[in-house]
Design a protein around this ligand. Structure first.
Ligand code: MF3
Ligand code: CO
Ligand code: CO
Length: 275
């Protein structure tokens, strides 16, 4: 059975119950999410051929410190970096290291800042120099998948409506949807109920209610959907080594739809793509 609880009276851990947040909470989420979005904006001028992902990690840490925010991934379940950097066939949870980015790479940068206990979780794809047309198409399909998922959010719909919108579109574009990772409730807890699947049917999953806050973060592959996790325990890659892309927004359910908390203040939600 699915249960919902006023976030103000819920324990600060994932108990499987869905938190409903009030207008004060929405204001706090705007702050955390807009800092995350500003960081992702600033990274547009930093990501280029030759830059090591460790430099991106350092930037995300310092930007947080300068703005009163802690990166949520730092020491999260044994993860020791401030950001995930997932390159080419890496699906998610790529660990920053001292290898330089190369012309033609596509890299997902996933940042979560915590301000006063509130989590703002977002990621974007960054083309490194000139990329192939096939890679550009994957980025376009993946961002459009996210937008279609967001458009399905309204009170009374089920979480499955988000998954159906994403899967129907991505597969029509001859791409595949990763099943092994999903979006999640977020707010006062980093990874909270409910899971937001990026595939499925509109009549599945819990009902969306005003005040829910969660991420939508589809991972879309040019090849097959299967992934495997490398020996480091984190890095997830496509089994067929095909290119994978992901964009992530944090949204809050309103009376008529949703508010996207992590929209770019600089209009840079899709770095390197038009529109
Ligand atoms: N930010 C990721 C997400 O979108 C989670 C990263 S957890 C880490 O949910 F430990 F891998 F960093
Ligand atoms: Co997330
Ligand atoms: Co994230």
């Amino acid at each position: 059975m699915v249960t919902y609880i006023d976030a103000a009276s819920a324990p600060l851990r994932n108990t499987g119950v869905i938190r409903l947040y009030n207008e004060d909470a929405f204001a706090n989420m705007r702050r955390a999410c807009q800092l995350t979005a500003r960081c992702l904006d600033a990274l547009v001028d930093i990501v280029k051929p030759g830059v090591k992902t460790d430099v991106i990690d350092r930037f995300v840490f310092e930007f947080g410190m300068d703005n009163g925010a802690l990166p949520a991934t730092l020491n999260y379940r044994g993860y020791t970096k401030s950001v995930c950097t997932s390159i080419n066939h890496v699906v998610c949870h790529g660990i920053p290291n001292d290898k330089p980015l190369r012309e033609g790479d596509i890299v997902n940068i996933d940042v979560t800042y915590i301000i006063d206990g509130w989590h703002g979780d977002s990621s974007r794809m960054y083309p490194v120099g000139e990329i192939k047309r096939s890679a550009e198409r994957l980025l376009e399909v993946t961002y459009e998948s996210l937008l279609r998922g967001i458009a399905a959010v309204k009170p009374g719909a089920r979480t499955g409506a988000i998954g159906e919108a994403i899967q129907t579109y991505a597969e029509a574009e001859r791409c595949s949807v990763v099943r092994d990772f999903c979006g999640h409730g977020v707010g006062q807890v980093f990874h909270d109920a409910p899971n937001i699947l990026h595939y499925g049917r509109a009549n599945e999953g819990p009902e969306l209610r005003e005040g829910m806050i969660f991420t939508i973060e589809p991972m879309i592959n040019l090849g097959r959907p299967q992934v495997k996790v490398l020996a480091d325990g984190w890095t997830a890659v496509t089994r067929d080594r095909s290119l994978s892309a992901q964009y992530e927004h944090t949204v809050g359910v309103t009376t008529s739809g949703c508010e996207v908390f992590t929209l770019s203040p600089g209009g840079l939600d899709r770095p390197g793509l038009s529109g």
